[in-house]
Design a protein around this ligand. Sequence first.
Ligand SMILES: *Cc1c(COP(=O)(O)O)cnc(C)c1O
Length: 424
Amino acid sequence: MRFAKSEELFEQSKRRIPGGVNSPVRAYQAVHRHPVFIDRAAGAYICDADGNSYVDYVCSWGPCILGHAHPAVVAAVQEACARGLTYGAPTAGELALAELIYECMPSMEVSRLVSSGTEAVMSAVRAARGFTGRDKIIKFRGCYHGHSDGLLVRAGSGALTQSAPDSMGVPADYTKHTLIAEYNHPETVRELFEKNPGEIAAVVVEPVAANMGVVLPEPGFLEFLRGITKDRGALLIFDEVITGFRLGLGGAQELFGVKPDLTTLGKIIGGGMPVGAYGGRKEIMDLVAPVGPVYQAGTLSGNPVATAAGIATIKILRDTPGLYEKLAAYGGRMAGCVRESLGASVCVNQIGSLLCVFFTGERVTDYESATASDVSAYAHYFNYMLEQGIYLAPSQYEAMFVSAAHGEEEFEKTCAAVKGFAQI
Ligand SMILES: *Cc1c(COP(=O)(O)O)cnc(C)c1O
């Protein structure tokens, strides 16, 4: 494979854009090479500036669950564009999307559209604080909730209760209300509630952690969070920006049968356009402006073109029989292929169309075991697969996303490449 155009574009981009990219993980630092620049994508395939074509398992980090440029979604966008790109006024499309979200996820009685997952979680936390009149929140080490100041914390190793920001430019004052617990370790949550009685507004969690690789909740963990938040007068926020419409129409909350107070969505609900949403119980959402005093706004919120893409995507997901079963079957077969080929050197965590190949011999159940992975082994794997025409996330700690456009041919090609990697 030749990468001359990508290399040239990267060199030029670095002069005008920080690191040459508009989101850090795109820079491929973790896999020690320059990024490939993308020119186009269709179905399960993505094509770079040099004309190389790959089976895509990034799917824009989740949104492209139907594959790229699904004809019905593209048609909906084109039709919406022809009626104007933005009005800054309410539309029937926004109502239709809110109704669809409620139909699929009944806990979202009332929801508000925003333009990114970051905004969705930031706003949900604000609503939770407004509702409870409390300031502190609990999040989990290794869970990502966007880059808003108060959520950019995972705490240094060891000091569980310390809340140092992950980023320069975030005053420690902004993160002092963010308490850090360990995913799948209920006792760490209980301890924080004990130490901060009556002060915790909400627990925010990715119900399936998908930003430290993919880590499934242990049986009872989500139920525990539901129970303790309810007992202590705090709210439970499920960040379903990845899992929403990925694990099924009703997201992780339907799959695990645990109903949060508030939910955040993003990625898939925009069908490839920038959309996020937060919502939940009516009595909480009734605090949001203009009904209530919790302020939150957005010039392009509920943008008609983005909303059209979201509606078209969700309708296809809802109306295609067997779609989620097919996605899960592909995910399961892919996990099987990797386990069979790479054996004890990896741990493959998979749920539906979401999976992750950890380069560790141990079971991955939490942040500690996830970060025990051999990231340089992952970098080798990534580079080998790229050369074979398989486009994976350029980091050990990202998920592998399957789309409905992935079929037998793509499976065979990918599995053959994994087997090839096992030979070297
Ligand atoms: C991607 C992601 C976000 C942030 O969404 P953006 O649209 O990138 O701002 C928040 N939460 C989770 C779980 C995510 O995966």
